[in-house]
Design a protein around this ligand. Sequence first.
Ligand code: GTP
Ligand code: MG
Length: 268
Amino acid sequence: MGEKDSLQKKSLKFQDSYTFLHIFMIYLLCSEDWGGFVLPYGSRNPKKECRWDMDIREDNGEGIDSWKEVTLIYNAALKQIETRMEILNEEFQHVHQYNPIEHIKARIKTPESIVKKLKRNGYESTIDNMVKHVNDIAGIRVICSFTSDIYRIADMISEQRDLQVLTVKDYITFPKTSGYKSYHMIITVPVYLSDRTVDAKVEIQIRTVAMDFWASLEHKIHYKLEGDAPEHIRSELVECAKMVTDLDARMLKLNEELLILSREREKE
Ligand code: GTP
Ligand code: MG
């Protein structure tokens, strides 16, 4: 590993969990369905998205720097992955005359959600733990038109030599019992800082527009009803998930027919 050590190995000298929690408490954020805040294109400064309106203790200097360093690194990682996705999309347009990516959402997980997750998994709230055990601090959602595009994008990501794929969860081939479908990858991307290189983890979720529509509503229901939705709602969601699968398959077929027809007409 050497210089390219992962964030875990790098000494983020922040050991004081009390101070860490304190910073988290003052870091009030607008939560959204993904446990984070969406970073709009061209604006990667998380401070713009949250409020720092409470007292920050003077002696927290080192800790804040560490937290800032972490957000800086994950923001840089997100920017890189987002740009790479855009490049792949443009290149695809050039070669195949269509864009596989409908749109991209990127977000940094809120400190609040990070702390909750660490707690849920029995870890203390330290920078070391969050870097080691929370894989989705930086998250990117790639929304595609067709199911086939999902695998194309995933392959293209895997083929990028400096990206390391840590895990893959294919909830498209193997949907969750809830009906949830999406393709998840945890990858690392090298972030080149002035004095070292850090491999930062990024969670990539790839899904179709229809799958995304379903997942947002299901999440809202799950969140609003605190995971205790009545049986008829759960079974209706499963039914809707089947319709999503059917719709995706039919749209893909239509698109394939369109491609064949337009090629034939071009020849004429
Ligand atoms: P966390 O759920 O983040 O703790 O991660 P995990 O280790 O369970 O990983 P997984 O890849 O299964 O899920 C990662 C993310 O996918 C979640 O944080 C959600 O954003 C999304 N996700 C997973 N399952 C569901 C689901 O049933 N419904 C919806 N709406 N989203 C889901
Ligand atoms: Mg998550």
